[in-house]
Design a protein around this ligand. Structure first.
Ligand SMILES: [Zn+2]
Length: 255
């Protein structure tokens, strides 16, 4: 087979996968999405778990647990200061396509493992933040809440104005439970959903990992969009490639 012929075949197969995904979206009863770190890398946020990511520089056991925060909040804020910079990131084209799908009624909501608020910034309304977000901070001593703009390089680590305790961003640490609101929100989205678009996550980490599996078991279909597909065994369609590129391709197939 000549190289150009092979390229041609690969192109046709790609179109077919995209067309198939578009068809599923347009004929589904209720489509939801599950997103992870891979949808934010094009916005300049490296996957925390990747080489060079946050957890390659900060030991998650020493910096990523509520236990560590309570023991030594000043130390954990060395990591958090970096984490909070995510609040300045801008959504990418893929986030914007997702928001438009919601606007068109083709997507009922997004469950995200990301804490960067990029789906909302792009215009998505129904977003369940499984792991919290860098939007607000709370004083663990008195419960007073602060907006992320309260944190500046000059007031590190930021302290509560009422009780002087060091405050904590409302993100879920490794040893913390998923907030009840998020669990209920995810349950509500999953109920009677028949299609899930899984993007930018290999679904290795519980409890978000059980979501596509459960939908599959209740007879739902999975559209996987990943740079390195991981769900081929249960996915009806696999869109292998970058988030924005694949989302834009998918949008072009809709009529
Ligand atoms: Zn306080």
């Amino acid at each position: 087979m000549s190289a150009s012929f092979r390229e041609h075949i690969v192109k046709i197969m790609e179109i077919t996968q995209t067309e198939k995904a578009a068809d599923i979206l347009q004929t589904s009863r209720k489509t939801i999405a599950l997103t992870g770190a891979g949808v934010s890398t094009e916005s300049g946020i490296p996957d925390f778990r990747s080489a060079g990511g946050l957890w390659s520089r900060y030991d998650p056991y020493e910096y990523g647990t509520i236990h560590a925060f309570k023991r030594d909040p000043e130390k954990v804020w060395q990591m958090l200061a970096e984490l909070m910079k995510i609040a300045d990131a801008k959504p990418n084209a893929g986030h914007r396509v997702m928001a438009r799908l919601e606007e068109k009624g083709l997507l009922k909501g997004v469950i995200t493992q990301n804490i960067d608020m990029l789906h909302q910034k792009a215009g998505s309304h129904n977003v369940v933040e499984f792991h919290g977000a860098v939007k607000t901070l709370t004083c663990l001593s008195c419960g007073k809440q602060y907006p992320n703009t309260f944190v500046t390089p000059e007031n590190m680590p930021p302290r509560c104005m009422d009780c002087e305790s060091i405050i904590k961003p409302d993100v879920v640490f490794f040893d913390e439970q998923i907030p009840n609101d998020s669990l209920f929100g995810a349950e509500e989205l999953m109920a009677d959903a028949d299609v899930i678009l899984v993007a930018g996550t290999s679904c290795q980490v519980a409890p978000a990992s059980y979501i596509p599996q459960r939908l599959y078991e209740q007879g739902g279909r999975i559209i996987e969009l990943n740079l390195e597909p991981a769900l081929e065994a249960i996915a009806s369609v696999t869109l292998a490639g970058g988030f924005s590129e694949q989302m834009e391709k998918l949008e072009r197939q809709l009529h």
